[in-house]
Design a protein around this ligand. Structure first.
Ligand code: TMP
Length: 215
């Protein structure tokens, strides 16, 4: 019988090296999964399908009109509903592993922690859109905003990346609070040099594979 799929998410504020480490996570797991003839689906949020990518463009574009916090929240979940329906759920049902660059923990961190929206509102939408589906493992790359901001100093900023120091400090705190109360989180310091960070991610993946009797 085919083993069930698995859902892994990667989280962190901008500047923590998410893109580089996403590639590392996917390469490490692909090597392992290929041996047993299974697929890995690499995806991201907001986005992951044509419609959800269009919503991402709407969300991230700098604009003169102030985006209402609730509109931002609903657009995040609109993109997520599409992503779940047409990409994530079918892949998991087929026994694939899905690695997603951000998921609902980002909503709790950015729209909850950063924007200050009530957690209960996020919980209602989470239940509606996801039902009981949760990631099996969440790797959170942690870095104080001062250091993260320095790393993206030369980057052209999108609408969310242009937020304040206070916003990102609240986002980080919300991630750390969630990590404390959700055992699926593994917190990895992104302040170390890249080889050290990847060594720690590699160890976390080995532990996870072992816990799923995959090693
Ligand atoms: P990134 O995927 O390039 O890091 O950018 C996506 C941006 O969207 C990032 O600033 C975090 C933000 N975001 C939210 O605010 N809420 C969410 O639920 C998700 C998935 C992302």
């Amino acid at each position: 019988m085919k083993k069930p799929g698995c859902f892994i998410t990667l989280e962190g504020v901008e500047g923590v090296g998410k893109t580089t480490n996403m590639a590392f996570v996917c390469d490490t797991l692909t090597e392992h999964l290929q041996a047993s003839g299974r697929n890995l689906v690499r995806t991201r949020e907001p986005g992951g399908t044509p419609l959800a990518e269009e919503i991402r463009t709407l969300l991230l574009a700098p604009r003169d009109e102030v985006v209402a916090d609730l509109s931002e929240l609903l657009l995040m979940f609109a993109a997520r509903a599409q992503h779940l329906e047409s990409q994530i759920r079918p892949a998991l049902a087929a026994g694939d592993w899905v690695v997603c660059d951000r998921f609902t923990d980002a909503t709790y961190a950015y729209q909850g922690g950063g924007r200050g929206l009530p957690i209960e509102h996020i919980q209602v939408l989470e239940k509606l859109v996801q039902g009981s589906l949760q990631p099996d493992l969440t790797i959170y790359l942690d870095l104080p905003w001062d250091l993260a901001a320095k790393r993206i100093a030369d980057r052209e900023r999108d609408r969310l990346e242009s937020e304040s120091h206070q916003f990102f400090t609240a986002v980080r705190q919300a991630y750390l609070d969630r990590a404390k109360s959700h055992p699926r989180f593994v917190v990895i310091s992104a302040a170390e040099a890249l080889p050290e960070v990847q060594h720690n991610i590699g160890r976390c993946l080995q532990d996870f594979l072992r816990s799923r009797s995959e090693l």
